[in-house]
Design a protein around this ligand. Sequence first.
Ligand code: SAH
Length: 219
Amino acid sequence: MQTDSYRHKGMRRTLVKQLRDKGIYDESVLAAIEAVPRHFFFEKAFLEQAYQDKAFPIGEGQTISQPYTVAFQTELLELKSTDKVLEIGTGSGYQCSVLLQITPNVYTIEYNRPLYEKAVKFFKTYGLHPKTFCGDGSEGLPQHAPFNKIIVTAGAPAVPKSLVRQLAVGGILVIPVGNEQSQKMLRITRVNENEFTKEEFSDFKFVPLLGKSGWEAEL
Ligand code: SAH
């Protein structure tokens, strides 16, 4: 267990200021980033990296998303404290910890078992209580649907139909879609039982979404 000192909090305030300068405006998202000690997800030797606005390797060929990306995706979700949220790609658990600052009802699924186990241990150590699942999340968690919000933190080749079906009416899916080099951030909103709207945002670079509705299906 690591400690969170005044120095760390100061580094986080600087990071939040940078995110504001880059256009993040939702105060609940900025407060969540300011509240979560990102250095807890890093080895002690990498303290400086923890508060740079950059992605970083977390092992198993995966990365902890860049703070800007975490903030941007979270902002697009328009999270409310009553929302039931599904995150696909737990990874380090950082994005999940940010979501938990805003709503307690978070489901998160990770495909890679060693990363899953590490994240579960992390949540336990720091007293966080998301509902954790290990397996292919490319088709969501149908047994726990519907969700008010779904966030995918890996790059998908297309929008999996099963995910939009698991949205409650009024629900929002935020997912990066594209090829392996670059993905556009999409926001799909379920307007009613049969109607959806789609908005496109800027380009990002995520690690690939694997599994049945991910890149494994394309290979
Ligand atoms: N949200 C993470 C970012 C992790 S990177 C964080 O805050 O650290 C993307 C993660 O998605 C990786 O850990 C990868 O193993 C996972 N992933 C890839 N395909 C998946 C799938 N089909 N189901 C669940 N997780 C998947």
